[in-house]
Design a protein around this ligand. Structure first.
Ligand code: WTA
Length: 637
């Protein structure tokens, strides 16, 4: 494949950016014309951020899997589409060519059809990082079903909430998953979730760990049996469903500052164009490159830069089942060496955790294949940036610091590898088509350079969310109501003298723990469900490895005894309600919380105490009971 829209010089970038602002429709329709459409779109863009309405390429007909698979078959049929590295380095890896991928996706698409899945049905996918996860995602897309992948670390309760919200009647899962030295009993977690979800009709279970599981007649089926059935039916093809560009492709749940996680909705056409464009440009993908994105497909990064971006570009995408520190902290480097990885895309948390192991794990590892390094998910600190640059990139690989969100579908602000300059800890410049703006609390634009404010985007780009599933008003409230006519990101940001953007972190009550988004309200709700807990308040605090840790202040009136045990009990409850990723790092028992006279918790004060900055707590005179602050300050963990 060739990419006429790949930017090769700073001048290319400037010209593309200029054009994208002057003539966004012309700019994006030219790029979209390089994809396979069954019918061309009627209009390039309709939009109104007030409602919000966002439509790209409306009336255009296509199927994203024809763009990710079928169109590559003629020239790239024998090329690896997915290389899979198992958790256990002793187990054999797998290479799936584009032709194999086509075969497997078609087979599983037929399995879904055989089981009654139709266009528009929601299919929930809860699997470990095995190739069948990507296959299930693509098979759903092939028949026009809407996939909703749930990360393997979420609890039964979280799954039940999502199944109910999406009204998903079909589930694809595994018996279990391997992650490092742990085995996660996925099917058993699903079984617990299904107690609350009697509407689920089918659960298709892939064998991975072959741990004993319950299989209910009439509802639960083995993946392998279903594939065999399709083989005997002898239908080697599964014609792809014709989709409108604005039909839903997937729902992905993510945390906000209030309430339960919301189902962010992406549609077929715009998402495809945007993930491909950003992949090809930011990473400067070259045909033949092996691209290793270390994320899990349960998060947006995996959707966009393991599955759709790379595959739509005909790239080889490396999928890794395990964790960076098992069996030892050299695992990433072993993989880079083994498969001659060219592009490595990971998170600051992973870099910080690996830094802690020193340089020993890098010994005898040939990393010379690396050409581009990337980071995503949270702000990267200078030290981690420098370590990555020196020891992994050997000062020869540009590092792209890519800022984006589940809602944005793809990277919005980033340098372009080797084309536009990097600046440590800065995401730098917006991609063509992206029009950032900083505003103050009142929504007034902060103009000029050397300023900071809340980050908003003032014009639509093809990859942006369209709605939140089943609740359009919630999308309006969350993203488009804070500032009129702007998409509000929830992030604070500064713009330096040269116009480079640096994301400083969330300005709402969303935490970013190891690059995972967690709402403080969600964690509080989970803690409050624990017997004996009267009230709680959760804030983030700086954490050396995770970026942010979770600090919980808890008023507890349960049976007194061993505080340490009670802390563990509360953590178990949070694990049950949300999942292990939301477990507080610190729990402090308090007798009261600092509240204003109107009953609002003053989180600013709690945040300062959690950060250890107790000397300057600011004005506490508006508190109902200022005495409570001293108690919290002097309290012990
Ligand atoms: C944060 C992940 C600083 C940010 C793709 C955003 C970042 C949230 C960066 C979205 C970055 C992501 N620098 N912060 N390069 N990338 N973030 O939805 O706070 O899981 O709002 O999407 O992560 O997290 P999400």
């Amino acid at each position: 494949m060739s990419f006429p829209y790949q930017l090769k010089t700073t001048a290319d970038y400037k010209a593309a950016y200029e054009k994208s602002v002057q003539d966004p429709e012309g700019f994006w329709s030219e790029i979209a014309s390089h994809f396979t459409w069954r019918k061309k779109w009627d209009t390039v863009l309709n939009w109104d951020f007030k409602k919000p309405t966002i439509e790209w390429f409306k009336g255009g007909k296509l199927n994203i899997t024809e763009n990710c698979i079928d169109r590559h078959l003629e020239k790239l049929g024998n090329k690896p589409a997915i290389i899979w590295e198992p958790n256990d380095p002793g187990e054999h890896h797998r290479v799936i060519t584009y032709r194999d991928l086509h075969h497997k996706v078609v087979q599983f698409a037929n399995v879904l059809r055989n089981n009654g899945v139709k266009k528009g049905d929601r299919v929930c996918i809860y699997m470990g990082m095995v190739p069948e996860l990507a296959i299930a995602v693509l098979a759903a897309a092939r028949i026009g079903a809407i996939h909703s992948v749930i990360f393997g670390g979420f609890s039964a309760q979280s799954i039940a909430d999502r199944l109910q919200d999406a009204k998903a009647e079909f589930i694809v899962t595994c018996d279990g998953a391997y992650r490092g030295n742990k085995e996660i009993p996925l099917k058993s977690v699903i079984d617990d979730a299904l107690v609350q979800c009697p509407f689920v009709k089918r659960v298709i279970v892939l064998t991975r760990t072959r741990t004993p599981i319950s299989m209910i007649k009439g509802r639960d089926l083995w993946w392998e049996d279903e594939i065999r059935l399709v083989e005997t039916q002898g239908s080697p093809d599964c014609p792809a469903e014709e989709m409108d560009a604005e039909d839903m492709l997937f729902i992905l749940y993510t945390s906000g500052s209030t309430g339960k996680p919301k189902g962010v909705v992406h549609t077929v056409g715009g998402y495809m164009v945007y993930t491909n464009y950003s992949f090809v440009n930011v990473f400067q993908y070259q045909p033949g490159d092996v691209h290793f994105c270390t994320a899990d497909i349960g998060w947006i990064t995996g959707h966009s830069y393991i599955v759709y971006g790379p595959l739509s570009a005909g790239a080889t995408s490396l999928m890794f089942e395990g964790v960076p520190t098992w069996p030892d902290a050299g695992r990433f480097w072993e993989i880079v060496d083994k498969y001659k990885v060219n592009i490595l895309y990971t998170a600051p948390t992973a870099i910080r955790s690996l830094m802690g192991f020193g340089l020993e794990p890098l010994k005898n590892r040939d990393l010379s294949s690396l050409r581009v390094l990337g980071t995503v998910g949270e702000p990267i600190n200078e030290e981690a940036w420098a370590w990555y640059d020196e020891n992994i990139g050997k000062k020869k690989c540009p590092i792209v610091d890519t800022w984006w969100q589940t809602e944005t579908g793809g990277i919005l602000i980033s340098n372009i590898a080797g084309v536009t300059p990097a600046k440590p800890t800065f995401a730098t410049l917006p991609l063509p088509g992206v029009q950032p703006i900083l505003v103050d609390e009142n929504g007034k634009e902060v103009e000029g350079n050397g300023v900071s404010g809340n980050l908003c985007i003032k014009f639509p780009w093809p990859g942006m969310l369209r709605t939140t599933y089943g609740d359009h008003e919630r999308a309006r409230q969350n993203y488009f109501a804070t500032y009129e006519n702007l998409y509000f990101t929830g992030d604070g940001c500064l713009r330096d003298e040269d116009g480079n953007y640096r994301i400083t972190g969330r300005v709402d009550d969303v935490l970013n723990v190891s690059g995972h988004r967690i709402g403080t309200a969600e964690v509080e709700n989970a803690i409050n469900m624990h017997t004996g807990v009267v009230e709680s308040a959760v804030v983030g605090y700086p954490h050396d490895i995770k970026g942010q840790g979770i600090y919980a202040y808890v008023i507890f009136q349960g049976h007194q005894g061993d505080d340490e045990l009670t802390r563990k009990d509360i953590m178990s409850t949070v694990s049950r309600i949300i999942g292990p990723i939301a477990k507080p790092d610190k729990i402090q028992f308090v007798s009261g919380l600092p509240k204003t006279r109107s009953g609002k918790i003053m989180r600013r004060i709690l945040r300062k105490i959690a950060e250890g900055e107790t000397s300057n707590l600011g004005d506490t005179s508006t508190l109902l009971d200022p005495g409570v602050v001293d108690e919290i300050k002097n309290g012990k963990l």
